[in-house]
Design a protein around this ligand. Structure first.
Ligand code: GTP
Length: 309
């Protein structure tokens, strides 16, 4: 490549795609050097697309974290998740497909098929390589993967410990079109603090409660107000009133816990995460309410913010 092209600024949108639980959100947070996307060990943690802005000396990478592409259509929430991920693929400059080292199952194959259908260039990140102690075991896996698709690049990484993530970042930037940065350098996301507050509270539900419950609950921020404080940095305090919607009284009882202890602990951790991300003091109140069958009712979904696609 000639000298002028190499020194030019690059900017473009990159969809992070892959089956549930491969580590997309963890990788996004690592690439951004800051926690933006919520994570848990449960599949389908990510329900919304989130834009993460990474400003580098050579340009700007605009990462789009998508809900996992997955097979089982199931209820309305699942159908929404699939539509959201697929709509994005043909709309971006590059797809970053995330797979897990030494694991490629039917859901990965389906994600790859969806990506191939869109025709957008694809870089594949082979994640969770920290789990592979004997690295030569990766070679046949990489070879088989390269036979499945003409990837622009293949980079083994560990989102968890950061191994080779800088190499991945360089490959991603090099694959983007030449152009001016689209966001100010200090902007991390296009999402509001109000939206991020809901996500951070939902993360606590995902991480703290049994297998099914988190999929039967959702979070709505009823009010989000900034109020002046006496603090030295002059940052306003956020006063947040959140509702957790569940489908049955019994689920409400579990979330609230004996004497309200469980909910108190979840809200307290969510508040700390919000303070860290927003860089301001947060006052958080959380209430749990019952809305029957919200997850299988398209209209109820739309009213809770899942109706964009
Ligand atoms: N060992 C190891 N674990 C990882 C790595 N990256 C992610 N994980 C773990 O894998 C699990 C899933 O990570 P997420 O980032 O939530 O996965 P996701 O692909 O965004 O999941 P969905 O929201 O279901 O689409 C979490 O328990 C992570 O800690 C990695 O590089 N190494």
């Amino acid at each position: 490549m000639c000298e002028t092209a190499r020194s030019e600024n690059r900017c473009g949108y990159v969809a992070i795609v892959g089956r549930p639980n491969v580590g997309k959100s963890t990788l996004l947070n690592r690439l951004l050097g800051q926690k933006l996307a919520i994570t848990s060990h449960k599949p389908q943690t990510t329900r919304h697309t989130i834009l993460g802005v990474s400003t580098l000396s050579g340009g700007q990478i605009l990462y789009v974290d998508t809900p996992g592409l997955h097979q089982r259509g199931g209820n309305a929430l699942n159908r929404y998740l699939n539509r959201a991920a697929r709509a994005i693929l043909s709309d971006v400059d590059l797809v970053l497909l995330v797979v897990e080292a030494l694991r490629f199952n039917d859901e990965d194959r389906m994600a790859l098929e969806a990506v191939a259908e869109a025709g957008t260039p694809v870089i594949v990140a082979i994640n969770k390589c920290d789990r592979i102690t004997e690295k030569p075991r990766l070679l046949p896996f990489l070879q088989t993967l390269s036979q499945r698709y003409a990837f622009s690049a293949m980079v083994p990484v560990s989102a968890l410990d950061g191994e080779q993530v800088d190499r991945l970042e360089a490959a991603v930037l090099a694959a983007l079109p030449i152009g001016e940065n689209l966001f100010p350098p200090d902007q991390l996301t296009d999402r509001s603090e109000r939206f991020l507050a809901a996500e951070l509270l939902r993360e606590q539900l995902m991480q703290r409660y049994g297998k099914e419950l988190p999929y039967r609950s959702t979070v709505e921020i009823e009010s989000f107000k900034l109020e002046p404080t006496e603090s030295a940095d002059g940052e306003a305090r956020a006063r947040i009133h959140a509702l957790v919607w569940v489908e049955r009284e019994s689920q409400k009882a579990i979330i609230v816990g004996r004497g309200g202890e469980a909910l108190k602990a979840a809200a307290s951790q969510a508040r700390l995460e919000m303070q860290k991300l927003f860089g301001r003091s947060v006052h958080l109140e959380v209430w749990v309410k019952v809305k029957h069958s919200w997850s299988s009712d398209e209209a109820a979904l739309a009213s809770l913010g899942y109706g964009e696609y």
